[in-house]
Write a new protein. Sequence first.
Lengths: 546, 100
Amino acid sequence: MSDTVLMVSDFSPNTMLAQLERRGFVVSAGAFGAVEPTLATGGADWLLVWTTPERVCPSFGRLLRYEDVDQTFLDAEVDEFAARVHAAPRDKGVLVASWTIPAVRRGLGLIELDAARGASGALMRMNLRLAEKLAEKPGAYLLDAQRWMALAGGKAWQPKLWFLNKTPYDVKVFQSAADDVSAAIRGLTGQARKLLVLDLDNTLWSGIVGEEGWENLRIGGHDPIGEAMADFQRRVRSLTRRGVILAIASKNDEAVALEAIRKHPEMVLTLDDFAAWRINWADKAANIVSLVEELGLGLQSVAFIDDQQRERERVREALPEVLVPDWPDDKLVYGRALEALDCFDAPALTDEDRARGGMYVAERHRQEHRTAVASHDDWLAGLGTTVRVESLSPGNLPRIAQLLNKTNQLNLATRRMTEAEIKRWASEKGNTVLAFRVSDRFGDAGLCGIIGVSIMREEAELTDFLLSCRVMGRCVEETMLATAVDVANRQGARVLRAHYQPTPKNRPCLEFFQNASGFYPDGTCFFWEDGVYAVPDCVTVVHPEQ
Amino acid sequence: MTRDQVEQAVLTAIESLNETMPTEQQIGRTGDASLLDLDSLAITNLIITVEDAVQEQLDVTLVLTDERTLDLLADKDRSPLRNVATLVEHVLGALKPGAE
């Protein structure tokens, strides 16, 4: 079912609503000009709030007329507007467009950016204050409307359309706005792309390594094409700091391609920037499927960049869930094309996000170690796994919410909750939320697991049991159960019940409870009544709060 | 400028506008394609888009938001937006030297 969007504006919303409808949303708007009443009523999945600054901050209107205005009045009006936004009823979130004024307006000229006197300076300050106020509570996000104006260029402001039909902007502004709203909602609902798969020849470097040799590839140097390729690689690498994982799918001899990556002196990306690769002569669609299976991701997480149109079309046709952007022929604009992608937009940037690429590389090293070791038990023992147990806190709440809302496979009950809902549940008597950070000698996997335990007299319910698939099968599951049993025992419960609730994706969780947990089954429920549940020998548990 | 040039500019504007409209509301590209069912938002967007297209393609300033045109738009029998052909005629007339 499509998400509903209610637009709150002080101008005619129709052009924007049409753009949102084209992108699959069910749209509505409040009465013309009724900003405050529409905010107070709310009532859709998402609110999109887009007003002129002077409409909701009357003191700004006075500044536009060159009157003297005390900044404290502007601050108070911004704060009041932010409070109304936070209080607006909605199911999923509020998106607020930042305030803009026409670029053609020169205002006070030389002193226009003086925040105390010029409207433009004051507006910069107001937008920053609005961003800070909206960030104080979850669920409200500020979108950069200035970018939409800039993308539309000199025609962004349409005074003629304003007087004709109360639409202040050119349709290009609304197209950019609708693109950003769509990207924001995708990011907020866990649909941001996480894996970028790249070709090599004429994508990450200029040239064909198998024909020209790595020495003749154009990367860096005093050469516009080479510089553009190095710049593109830097931008690709910077995506890893947003939590995007990199992989390669290239039709090449693997040894030749890897030699180029290792040896070319201007190569920006290294092998340790890539979580995995498929460099062979096989079909790229098949290789992408193999990559996502190795990395434990879904095809809907993938974006694929290739300079060859036929390869792009092949993957689009074979794997419609994979995002395959059109790619320019001109290498000098590769960087710009990458910057324009909105498929990686996410509502938060946690430490885990920043470290995600490194975690996958560490997993690759871990698996390489596995092939060198005789038995599975020896491998587990050799990992030196440490699990740190944490209570819910403001510091880990965003990551806990992220994990709760996107983990599918090893997830007992698949409860989805917002940060506010998690916090509320954990504060109720008898309820406990614990998070698990996993590391081993190859690296830190970050916060990967969550349990929720609810105690009612002598019975305990394992309300949540979920673990990121990247650490499955390393005895972290058993460690989490041991902790849950310990929580139950300490609070006087004699039995811990885990009720498996099936979804299309969480069968691995059922299989764990059936085959490995030690809990005894009764239908879709599993029980532990035998006192202490032992932590596996291969895991060291740390309780930093004890 | 020629009638063909003006017609081309008008069709470019229609194409540009169609990209923003739902399929069922898109305007045809023939002379007899009706413009009578356009709502007020689409009408105003169309005349602004035609002004822009004429400026870009023919490097002349066209004003379709003058009082005469806006008054004509309100008259169904005399409106220049009865169909694409009448719109082209109106633009040609507005671009004639000495036209008001």
